[in-house]
Design a protein around this ligand. Structure first.
Ligand code: ZN
Length: 464
């Protein structure tokens, strides 16, 4: 199946063939994670967990249900989510007095508790995160990992004494995001979302967007500055050193299984998945090529090789009694970064044949110091995959001066900052306004809609 011709079908086929998840479960958009898909997701979870843990966040686990009374407190937030949530209205045979909502995100679950946990300035900053499923009543066409109704979700929530402290948190979030995106080899841009598209209830929102091969932007992470908007509604206050009571300032950092969807889309090829070593449950597979009469000797040698490599990487020995060709196909579809073949000739040469999944490059390497050599190859691959994807992103970022020139990819253009001009961009091109670049990009030109002189740029793209 050609990726560039039939992207959607290609995407579904890759997931099916590599056994990541099964969408045949009887509820649309609630897919079943299969062992291999879950193994990749757990590596992504761990990368993110390491970031949160090392920056002083504590992991929590809140109930999945939120009472309607709490859910409906913040007006904008409710307006943004009410149409998207599942309700629990009955317990056994009884209608519930207070309806319950399956969390679409956890602000309204957490902040009543924050109110109880935060007493004084000494309790701040409060930084927590959880990795849990959230639920959205998605009515559009669903797609594995990209648009689902049960979402594997990462959400960090913080509370600070001041707005400036909360701003610092957003900077820390962006640094974490950079490290996670590097590990997944997913280049991205960070934009400050326009006001009409910020998170419901936020003071402002930043989005981290990557570019899919279809030319569409996929939001893979968001960072929200809430200021004291939610604190006022949930009455989350702290006592200052001088005995004053003040509202906390809050932020959130959210990511989802979409990271995996983007990873599949950007790096996969005609043979299936291509995983960056950091996200590969199996980084190298040892395939002995058995010669009649020497099976035992070769298997023994393959076993020895496997044990050597196991010290330095996640490795698998494929000693199944099937043809080598079948094994190649199987592991290629699963995106395993390195295939280490051990044939009779390799054995004689004290060598192995190593095939890189990302480039297909085939090389004979000596057995001496093989674990070190392969570690180096894995590190090179990790960087090469990022670099290739980043080049694609750059090659598909266009600066345009007329809306008629908009095309698939990231379009950057002058914008005067007026909402009417921003909305005109969407109306006339069908693109979403991703926002102004968070990391300043010098510009001197005109608003693409009204022609007013401006130094401000805006990014727009068709959004997934
Ligand atoms: Zn304008």
């Amino acid at each position: 199946m050609r990726k560039d011709e039939e992207f959607s079908e290609w995407y579904n086929e890759v997931i099916e063939r590599s056994e990541l998840s099964d969408k045949r479960y009887a509820i649309k958009g609630m897919n079943v994670w299969r062992p291999y898909g879950w193994a990749i997701m757990k590596l992504i979870d761990q990368a993110i967990r390491d970031e949160f843990d090392s920056t002083g966040h504590g992991e929590v686990n809140f109930p999945v249900l939120i009472p309607e009374s709490e859910f409906k407190k913040e007006a904008e937030h409710v307006k943004g989510f009410e149409g998207d949530v599942f309700w629990v209205t009955r317990g056994g045979f009884n209608e519930l007095d207070v309806k319950l909502v399956l969390r679409p995100t956890s602000e309204t679950a957490m902040y009543p508790m924050f109110k109880l946990w935060i007493r004084s300035h000494a309790d701040l900053p409060l930084k927590v995160y959880q990795i849990v499923p959230v639920f959205r009543y998605e009515t559009k066409m669903t797609r594995s990992f990209m648009r689902v109704r049960e979402i594997h979700f990462f959400e960090a929530h913080t509370a600070h004494a001041t707005f400036e402290d909360a701003e610092q948190q957003i900077h820390e979030d962006l640094q974490m995001n950079e490290r996670v995106m590097r590990a997944l080899a997913l280049p991205y841009i960070v934009s400050r979302r326009p006001n009409w598209d910020k998170f419901p209830g936020a003071h402002y929102s930043l989005g981290s967007d990557t570019l899919l091969p279809s030319g569409r932007a996929a939001q893979v992470a968001t960072f929200h500055q809430y200021r004291d908007n939610f604190a006022k509604v949930y009455d989350v206050t702290y006592e200052t050193e001088t005995g004053e009571h003040k509202f906390v300032h809050q932020t959130t950092d959210g990511m989802s299984e979409r990271l995996l969807g983007a990873l599949i889309s950007i790096h996969g090829d005609e043979k299936g998945l291509v995983l960056p070593p950091a996200a590969a449950p199996v980084q190298a597979v040892v395939v002995p090529i058995l010669e009649k009469g020497r099976q035992e000797e070769m298997l023994l040698e393959a076993q020895r090789l496997f044990l050597e490599l196991r010290e330095r990487m996640r490795v698998k020995l494929d000693d199944r009694d099937i043809r080598p060709g079948e094994k190649y196909y199987y592991w290629e579809a699963r995106g395993v970064p390195l295939r280490v073949e051990l044939g009779p000739r390799d054995l004689a040469n004290r060598a192995v044949t190593v095939v890189r999944r990302d480039t297909g490059e085939k090389k004979e390497l000596p057995r001496e110091l093989l674990p070190d050599r392969l570690r180096t190859v894995l590190e090179l691959m990790q960087v090469a995959m990022w670099n290739r994807a980043e080049k694609v992103l750059q090659d598909n970022t266009f600066t345009i001066t007329k809306l008629e020139d908009a095309r698939d990819g990231f379009n950057r253009m002058g914008w005067c900052g007026k909402e009417s001009c921003g909305k005109a961009i969407t109306e006339r091109t069908g693109m979403s306004v991703l926002g102004t670049p968070f990391y300043p990009e010098p510009f001197d030109g005109k608003c693409i809609v009204c022609g007013e002189k401006t130094k401000q740029l805006v990014y727009a793209a068709k959004a997934y």
